[in-house]
Design a protein around this ligand. Sequence first.
Ligand SMILES: Nc1ncnc2c1ncn2[C@@H]1O[C@H](COP(=O)(O)OP(=O)(O)O)[C@@H](O)[C@H]1O
Ligand SMILES: CC(=O)OP(=O)(O)O
Ligand SMILES: [Mg+2]
Length: 402
Amino acid sequence: MTRTRVLVLNSGSSSLKYQLLDMRDSSRLAVGLVERIGEQTSRLRHTLVATGETREHSGPIADHETALKSVAEELARDGLGLDSPELAAIGHRVVHGGMFFTEPTVVDDSVLTEIERLIPVAPLHNPANLTGIRTAMALRPDLPQVAVFDTAFHTSMPESSARYAIDPKIADRYRIRRYGFHGTSHAYVSRETARLLGKAPEEVNVIVLHLGNGASASAVERGRCVDTSMGLTPLEGLVMGTRSGDLDPAVIFHLARVGDMSMDEIDTLLNKRSGLFGLCGDNDMREIRRRVDEGDEAAALAFDIYIHRIKKYIGAYYAVLGQVDAVAFTAGVGENAAAVRSAAVAGLDGLGLAVDEELNAVRSDGARLISPASARVAVAVVPTDEELEIATQTYALVGKKS
Ligand SMILES: Nc1ncnc2c1ncn2[C@@H]1O[C@H](COP(=O)(O)OP(=O)(O)O)[C@@H](O)[C@H]1O
Ligand SMILES: CC(=O)OP(=O)(O)O
Ligand SMILES: [Mg+2]
């Protein structure tokens, strides 16, 4: 039998997104999401694509292992269980791949060890990714498990972007450099943006703004990433749901010395209690916009800080690229929040950037232009599809052998 199906697992710090795809036509058979893992209010939502039937379960799901086992049960109920002989591989999103993983990689013991070694530089993500891989391996030990790394697309960055301005001996000893994340999304979205413009990826320069719970910007020059806003860890760069993004590193010394906080407390503060949430108590952009519309000052300031940071990166990457063909908004906020797109581009007419508010307000699932026809630089909404990209890369690696 030909094995043509790929299960993709995208394990986040507190969520597990999954898709089962048939790679003959890249169609989805089942999709789902487990949210708020580790809390009392966890929720699993599973959809069988052929019928559109959706099942939801609420109640505590303690960890990613339990989450994946529940997902396996849901798939089995639809006759799409992990025991299916048609499954060719399981593809996993792995957030930090360090310096060595520049390509999708079949997981073996040495790969697991390396992903584990990188936990200190992706503490919210790599542990969940590892649990997903280990649980999947236990369920189907005979299947190839493929790791697709968020960092891979950014390995093309020149040293001038990737290096911090610190003693290279110290940087090299501790492998401190800017790795960048969300690479699967930046790669997919920059290609799809080129397609929307009717060009090949090698013909265009694109600034991609991936605005989800985690958020990052990238400068993609003729299909290759030349700079991105996240660094050694996914903490640098844009303001995020709960992460601060850029700050003066001396803030950390100050909090330790004057604020008498431990390193762990500062780590938690900057990763989990900062960003939009730290500024106004909400990290969901829908809720923040609702509060802004009601005149809430804390929400309005949080929104302004968020937008100001995006603007700075658009300007920076415009300069890095020299010439820009398109700015693409993607991920949960970028795809859905018209107010964010409009505010981020406001006042940038001098750079040839503008948004047509009628086009910006259109709701659609597909990639679309939101700039006026006369604009020098295209502004686009380009939905990301990390799961499809992971499935495609996984199948390209193992599909032919099965
Ligand atoms: N309709 C919407 N309007 C504004 N923001 C939205 C909307 N839908 C989702 N979001 C935002 O998208 C975020 C999640 O984005 P997503 O890309 O799924 O993040 P992640 O993959 O990091 O979990 C939510 O926290 C929310 O702020
Ligand atoms: C790397 C990263 O920040 O991922 P996410 O947006 O899924 O948290
Ligand atoms: Mg995401």
